[in-house]
Design a protein. Structure first.
Length: 371
């Protein structure tokens, strides 16, 4: 007999966190998250998401054995931005069991319904500023940093449970060891025509703080009109900066300026999932030694986010960001680059990716369910 229980104890939370380690144990493409980081993520005292929104975690249990999990959560930032009665779900993992999946989605839907929502959207872990979407194509390659993975049968479970596609997200992959001359010529022409300067993030502490403030300003303005955009709170932005900055490479973070004013920014990260794969979720002396060796051999990077203020859009600044990501990344040995994620209706970014000979190699889907 299957039953749904709420996560209300340390024991339940451990089961919630550890379930994927069993479900994916034979999947070489899965990248285990660090277990201590997962506990911090679901700690209301340590994750600023809990400061503005509610979260409830559920487990599906059959004969004392955990076979599935899901979260249901509000997102007050989304409500403020879009004025929609939409609740959310995320962190869905389940054995290939249609009944268990239906019960999990029903539990999340009922929780959202009680909070006054008429639609449930996901998967969002917890918002568009974190891991988003269900992988529906491209299962053989491990995901890059801050991108999710999934079992191939999840798509069928979602759809037999009444969830319907609302938007696809593309991950583009480029593999090259040198910059094409054509791209260099195009970038030089754009730079002259647009009259912008591109620089890397400052490595000086005082200027670095100013640069980070500029990035937050650009991010807030540039993403204002994007589908599903949810502005980060100051606490969320500071939290993600504190998490990413020690791992970031300043040579892969760019600010575009026009007449001394910030016009856009781009953030690429070395693909630390190559490090996480060797750690297998554990932090101990052995895995730390493995991590040090793996870090030196990282051969890929992901362009995580890019924002251009509206009045500067359409001038080719996005192409310049990709160009400089290549220019600075290739000498470091980052010969595989992912551009993700790109909305399926973002024709401008799709054209730029195709111009750089990047190909869609993973597709993620966001679903809605009327509740």
């Amino acid at each position: 007999m299957i039953k749904i229980i709420e996560v209300d104890s340390k024991k339940h939370l451990k089961s919630f966190i550890m379930l994927p380690f069993r479900l994916y144990k034979d999947d070489p493409a899965w990248v285990p998250p660090l277990i201590p980081d997962q506990y911090k993520f679901f700690d209301p005292q340590k994750n600023p998401y809990y400061l503005h929104s509610e979260v409830r975690l559920f487990l599906a249990v059959e004969d004392s054995r955990v076979i599935g999990r899901i979260s249901a959560h509000t997102n007050t930032q989304h409500q403020k931005e879009h004025k929609e009665d939409i609740g959310f779900f995320g962190f869905f993992e389940c054995e290939n069991n249609g009944k268990a999946a239906q019960m999990l989605f029903d539990a999340a839907a009922e929780w959202n319904r009680r909070h006054g929502f008429n639609t449930m959207r996901g998967p969002m872990n917890f918002s568009v500023n974190q891991e988003v979407g269900l992988l529906i194509d491209g299962f053989s390659d491990p995901p890059m940093v801050m991108m999710p993975h999934a079992r191939p049968y999840y798509k069928e479970l979602y759809e037999i449970c009444g969830l319907q596609k609302t938007m696809d997200l593309y991950a583009y992959l480029s593999e090259r060891e040198q910059m094409p001359e054509r791209v260099e010529r195009i970038a030089a022409a754009i730079e002259r025509r647009a009259g912008v300067s591109i620089r890397s993030l400052s490595k000086k502490k005082k200027q670095l703080r100013k640069d980070i403030e500029s990035v937050f300003e650009i991010y807030t303005k540039a993403w204002e009109y994007n589908w599903g955009n949810v502005p980060m709170t100051n606490a969320e932005f500071d939290h993600i900066v504190d998490e990413l900055l020690p791992l970031a490479d300043p040579d892969l973070i760019f600010i575009a300026e026009k007449d001394g004013h910030p016009a856009g920014f781009s953030l690429a990260m070395p693909n630390y999932n190559e490090v996480l794969q060797v750690m297998q979720g554990r932090v101990n002396p052995l895995t730390l030694i493995k991590a040090l060796f793996a870090q030196k051999k990282i051969g890929s990077a992901r362009v995580i986010t890019m924002g251009i203020i509206k009045e500067y859009q359409g001038r080719g600044i996005d192409t310049l960001f990709y160009y400089y990501s290549y220019k600075n990344g290739l000498p470091k040995g980052f010969f595989r680059g992912e551009f993700s994620w790109v909305l399926e209706n973002n024709t401008m970014m799709i054209r730029v990716a195709e111009m750089l000979d990047a190909k869609i190699y993973k597709t993620y889907r966001i679903y809605d369910k009327q509740i």
